[in-house]
Design a protein around this ligand. Structure first.
Ligand code: ADP
Length: 549
């Protein structure tokens, strides 16, 4: 812009200069031409008077800068101050002579052969009919200009320098206020009046942009707050698969560090399943797949985003389905185990009943068979009860009513209930500790303590002891069931809490175990936010602690 103004100013300056020189020269040339003609006319009048009075003598004694010629009435040259009249042609055809002959005076201008000069002629008729002609030459404009080349060049250079300096200053002065414009705050700008409408428009547009930016910022914050608090992962892609937005849930679920800005989505996961899912969704196909990340199962839901029937991007949602998967797996296994566990006693009952009904059993053996049927059906009942308890706990125990429970009371009741069994097994049962009142589900707490004590009696030796201690703590407290029975091998200690897991399957069944007792303890503890700790040494005994917060 500055350079353009500078160039234009220079061009104007130079044009004005050249035009001025041309006009000036033209005017001057015209002026001097007229001056010369006037001087020649005066001189011609004087010479004519002199010749009329003195004849040739006047001319002989005359000294003049003009060329003087005396022409006879027939055009013959009588005298010439420059050339020999004898060598000169007849002048009757000359324009100024003819004009003078007709009137008193004639004038003419003629270019020289080289065009370098212009000659002015003034002819005056004397009283005797002869004509006196004065001629004077003037250089043409071109010659004049050529003769003035040097000073003109100097003037041109000076003009150029002046024009350059002035053009530079002018362009700077014109541009400076425009450069100094503060477009962020156009209302504070003190500049050309002509720019005022533009500045007003910029201010209005700034206001609109500001409001829109604020709104966008608010929306973005709301969106980020929403997505950041999601436990699910969320990724927004453009149509080329570049990440436009993501939340921290994504990084946590995929176990990756934040990707670079506008990185390709494959930077988050390079597995085949993820790549295929992204490829499909960017082709407009909604799909989902499972990803295994660090032992966890993540479900990926990929949805394309369309604009004008074209895929404009995609939304990926990642959900941790590990628990759901494990739950489903556990349920499948549980159903299979339950069917198996129920089938065994039922098959035995049905078999024995069939033999009796066929009359294949001697009458004296019938009581024995009936006792076995009773034992198996008791096992079935115990199993079904445990399954019912477990499924209630699986549902989160929402239908179970909580109330104040004294765990010492629960322990005493349990010991009472188990006393016959303990006596039969030759095991001594004892309760110690103080009252521990807490908010809980009485039936579940009773079942938990019963199962632990039942195990401590069942998996014990004759003459063994089982001690139940209830110890109130500062906020919660704990219930400990310790026995000096057979103990649990170290490698099984983790697994005894699994459903239907038994260390010695045949022995457990023999003594009426369902394999669900400790599972119920574990779930019951979770319902009361309690912790279960098991310490056991094979051949020495087992201690299980229920720690209530
Ligand atoms: P069960 O009904 O078979 O007793 P549980 O879930 O109560 O099932 O216990 C699982 C297994 O853990 C038992 O089969 C047994 O092998 C072992 N176990 C539980 N408690 C004890 C204990 N106090 N001493 C020794 N082994 C035990």
């Amino acid at each position: 812009m500055t350079a353009k103004i500078f160039r234009n100013s220079m061009a104007v300056g130079i044009s004005v200069f050249l035009l001025s020189v041309a006009l000036f020269m033209g005017v001057l040339y015209q002026y001097f031409g007229n001056q010369l003609t006037e001087e020649l006319e005066t001189e011609a009048w004087l010479v004519a008077k002199g010749v009329e009075t003195m004849g040739m003598d006047y001319l002989d004694g005359l000294k003049s800068s003009s060329r003087i010629t005396w022409i006879d009435q027939d055009g013959t040259v009588l005298y010439d101050s420059v050339a020999d009249p004898a060598t000169m042609k007849n002048h009757a055809d000359r324009e100024e002579i003819q004009e003078a002959m007709l009137g008193t005076q004639g004038t003419a201008r003629r270019e020289s052969a080289t065009l370098s000069e212009k000659t002015f002629y003034v002819a005056r008729r004397l009283e005797d009919g002869t004509v006196i002609r004065l001629a004077s030459a003037q250089y043409t404009v071109v010659v004049l200009l050529l003769s003035m080349v040097q000073p003109l060049l100097i003037i041109l250079v000076v003009t150029l320098i002046l024009a350059a300096v002035l053009a530079s200053r002018l362009s700077k002065r014109m541009i400076q206020p425009i450069l100094a414009l503060d477009l962020e705050h156009p209302e504070n700008c003190d500049t050309y009046d002509e720019l005022a409408p533009l500045l007003t428009r910029i201010r209005r547009q700034n206001d609109t942009i500001g409001r829109q930016m604020e709104l966008m910022g608010q929306r973005r914050q709301e969106f980020e707050a929403l997505t950041e608090n999601m436990s699910e992962g969320f990724v927004l892609l453009d149509q080329k698969g570049h990440i436009l937005s993501y939340n921290t849930g994504t990084l946590r679920l995929l176990g990756v560090l934040p990707p670079a800005e506008e990185a390709n989505v494959l930077a988050l996961d390079r597995t085949d399943a993820f790549r295929k899912s992204v490829e499909q969704v960017l082709q407009g196909v909604r799909n989902q797949c499972r990803l295994d990340r660090g032992g966890r199962c993540v479900q990926l839901l990929a949805d394309p985003v369309f604009r004008d029937n074209q895929v404009a991007g995609a939304v990926l949602v990642l959900v941790d389905v590990t628990e759901r998967e494990q739950g489903e797996k556990m349920r499948r296994e549980f159903t299979a185990n339950v069917s198996h566990e129920l089938k065994t006693p039922l098959t035995a009952i049905s078999g024995m009943a069939e033999i009796i009904s066929n009359g294949m059993v001697k009458p004296e053996d019938v009581p024995g068979f009936a006792g076995d049927i009773y034992k198996e059906s008791q096992r079935l009942i115990a199993l079904v009860e445990d399954i019912i308890h477990l499924s209630r706990l699986d549902e989160g125990g929402t239908d179970l009513r909580r109330e104040q429970v004294d765990l010492l009371e629960v322990a005493r009741k349990t010991v009472q209930r188990l006393q016959p069994l303990a006596k039969q097994a030759g095991v001594t049962l004892a309760v110690a500790g103080a009252s521990l009142v807490m908010q809980g589900v009485p039936s579940v707490l009773e079942e938990m303590v019963y199962n632990l004590c039942d195990n401590a009696v069942k998996y014990n030796h004759k003459g063994g002891t089982v001690t139940l201690s209830v110890v109130p703590g500062e906020s919660g407290g704990e219930v400990t069931v310790a026995d000096n029975g057979i103990g649990i091998p170290a490698e099984d200690q983790e697994r005894v809490f699994e459903r239907f897991y038994r260390v010695d399957k045949s022995h457990s069944k023999e003594i009426g175990g369902t394999g669900l007792g400790l599972s119920i303890v574990k779930h019951g503890a979770a319902l009361h936010d309690a912790r279960v700790e098991l310490k056991s040494t094979l051949g020495e005994g087992t201690t299980v602690r229920l720690i209530f917060p």
